[in-house]
Design a binder for this molecule. Structure first.
Ligand code: DAH
Length: 356
């Protein structure tokens, strides 16, 4: 405050004591301000000029206006009037120059009314999206969701599923053991047994989850990957239900023109067993169409009666079907990704392409 009074006093002296009449001093200040406005090359420089001349605290024109009360009563009105005029003229010049400096941007096609750019907030991983889409289709067909532990026993992972421990699938080469007979599940099929133990038929479940195998990390294998298990058990479930349900799923997921093929196969826990293939019919945006090769999308079959017996079900009364698929492989086929590993590199430039 004391500094301000001193400055006001100094300004007063400059005006009142100098040989120059205060009105002339104001005119000189006006000329100086106008030259500075014209010389300002960008909006920042212009703002500096505004502060230098019209700033509330230290602006030179503002200071003169503030010092008016110290002038003699006969000088005050004329100097006051002139100071206000200079303030208005300089203020108008500042505004005009501001508009002129902004104009080239608009002329260069920058639409200043456009909304700002928003940083990418992330999105669901493409494999998570595949799990969600597959689950939603089965949910609409009347399935519920089930889960089981990732660390499980030989019994649930193999033996209960009609897979003797000397079967190649049970070979230690493929399975990651923790202690003794406890292992990281090598597939989601043990959830079949854990569900049947807890519930009586009818069973209609989908169980997505992580599975683990002693596999080399390459373009088509990752040692940890997701599987989606499905199980239906009830009275009167036939091969027709099996084929119709999985064909319906395939057409809902891959499109209504998709062809579905059941290829004979073998799994210890199903009889008969099949591998399900789809042939996609793709309509490209340019109007052309394409039929893909046959793509294998899952393993499946009618539940082996021995498995129902192991669950304590009456295998004379109940029948069912089961299936297992890899959403990672499905996402890879759907998005034409060559190398499964790109899904796990976590390079956002790759992953953000799948953001919805
Ligand atoms: N568990 C099998 C695997 O990991 C996949 C599978 C095949 C699951 C047939 C099933 C089935 O339920 O019926 O390779």
């Amino acid at each position: 405050m004391r500094g301000l009074i001193a400055y006001a006093f100094f300004v007063y002296h400059r005006i009142a004591m100098s040989e120059t009449h205060p009105i002339d001093a104001l005119k000189a200040l006006e000329a100086e301000a106008m030259a500075a406005v014209a010389a300002a090359e960008d909006e920042h420089a212009l703002e500096d000029v505004r502060i230098r001349f019209l700033g509330r605290k230290d602006g030179r024109i503002s200071a003169i206006l503030r010092s008016l009360p110290t002038l003699s009563p006969d000088e005050r009105p004329a100097v006051g009037q002139e100071a206000n005029r200079v303030k208005q003229v300089v203020s108008a010049a500042l505004d005009e120059r501001g508009t002129a400096l902004a104009a080239p941007k608009a002329a260069a096609g920058e639409d200043l009314t456009l909304p700002g750019r928003h940083p990418w907030k992330g999105g669901l991983h493409p494999i998570t999206q595949a799990v969600d889409e597959i689950w939603e289709i089965f949910r609409d067909l009347g399935f519920t969701r089930a889960r089981g532990p990732e660390a499980d026993t030989e019994w649930y992972n193999f033996v209960a599923l009609n897979t003797p421990l000397d079967h190649p699938a049970a070979d230690e080469q493929d399975t990651l053991y923790l202690v003794d007979s406890v292992l990281l599940r090598s597939h989601t099929s043990p959830v079949q047994m854990r569900t049947m133990e807890k519930h009586e038929p009818p069973i209609r479940i989908i169980a997505p989850g992580w599975v683990y195998r002693r596999d080399t990390y390459d373009a088509t294998h990752t040692p940890a990957f997701l599987q989606i298990e499905g199980l239906v058990v009830d009275e009167g479930i036939t091969f027709i239900d099996f084929k119709a349900t999985l064909a319906e799923f395939a057409r809902r997921y891959w499109g209504p023109d998709t062809q579905v093929r059941f290829r004979p196969s073998f799994f210890p826990f199903t009889e008969p067993s099949a591998e399900v293939d789809v042939k996609r019919f793709i309509r490209h945006p340019d109007g052309s169409t394409e039929e893909t090769d046959w793509l294998e999308i899952m393993g499946a079959g009618m539940v082996d009666p021995a498995v129902l017996d192991n669950a304590g079900y009456d295998s004379e009364r109940y029948t069912g079907f089961a299936f297992g698929m890899g959403p990672g492989r499905i996402a890879k086929l759907k998005h034409h990704v060559d190398d499964l590993r790109t899904f796990f590199d976590n390079d956002v430039r790759f992953l953000r392409q799948f953001s919805k």
